[in-house]
Design a binder for this molecule. Sequence first.
Ligand SMILES: [Zn+2]
Ligand SMILES: [Zn+2]
Length: 420
Amino acid sequence: MIAVGLMEGRSAVDVELAGVFRDASGMAYKPARYRFTSEVTLTPSDLASSSFALEDVTIGIGFHWERKERQVFRGALRIIKRDAGLTVVNDVPLEEYVTSVISSEMSASCPIELLKAHAVISRSWLLFPKEQPSPGAPAEREPVRAKPQERAAGPEQGSHAREILRWYGREAHPDFDVCADDHCQRYQGITKAFSPEAANAVAATTGEFLRYNSMICDARFSKCCGGITERYSTAWEDQEIRYLESVYDGPEQARSYILETWIRSDPPAYCNTRDSDLLSRILPGFDRETRDFYRWRVEYSPDELADLVKSRVGVDLGPIRDIEALARGPSGRIYRLKLSGERDYLFIGKELEIRRALSRTHLYSSAFVVDKELGRLVLRGAGWGHGVGLCQIGAAVMANEGRTYKEILQHYYRGTTVSA
Ligand SMILES: [Zn+2]
Ligand SMILES: [Zn+2]
């Protein structure tokens, strides 16, 4: 069973039961509406035919698509009392959880081998922290919405030098395994019908995990690597994970290349596709105007960039004169950057913090080169996302070319096997 957190901090929880549920004392709750203001655990008499509905489930917390929705779930309903209010948890079988996630995260018209690969990595990602906490991590779990892990380095040059070095770890939740929102994996119970394709992909891979030396893998994935996948430590803590090493995202051996030249060029790779039919099948709501994620371009004036950095990072550097990449990972993603303004300068890392600081939303990736053209700073970049592990666009192209999900997984996670 997986414990999924559905809501937190409520003073009351409105529930509509479909089917008969029983609490810990054996008391029956008939199909009806209830309002709970204290702890209770309700177990369905029949798992397959019973469900419960919650009003006002907030989805997309902190994103522009945040809204409230009525959602329907199968399995047990647990309400726990905490200082901040009531927490609502749904205990659901693992395979049902994975089917729900695949149905809500991926389009049903994806190639089936991509859905199967996704079922294996969603399942592995979910169970990885239980079986193998990351080395050096504290035994107890961090509270939800913990502050990003941060290391404030001392002044490097001069007394006013500053450095922001932070990454966003995968904070575990103290009262449940995963939350139902984008923070973990989006889970909407049975609110939307499971797509038959998702159900088939999950059934065809039932109980299978991605393993390295028999241990379940921390199966990371992102939208588009940009031609070369990135290593773990560029995005998160300084730790080398063998199966998350960088690989060339194509059929040939990696060649020698100069990263800056690589980013400026349009090299062949699985994820370098202009197949708009395939792209619209894997990216729901795909917009024809935003097809340029393999190689992209953004530009700012020195003043625009100063305002941006001030609003995003809270530091006033004055008009930005220079952006220097101090350290890059093997895909070209920058993980340490120097911003020089007329008033001050700042070092920033790692990749997500750089993307956050240099865009109103987020830059597609931190794999970019900077050119000064007519007084403006032009960023030319590659890829979409952190680039670590499976590349979703590349994996879709591989599936479309007839590769199996195991071949796809072994391409991105070297040295791994797929087994129950
Ligand atoms: Zn979460
Ligand atoms: Zn790729």
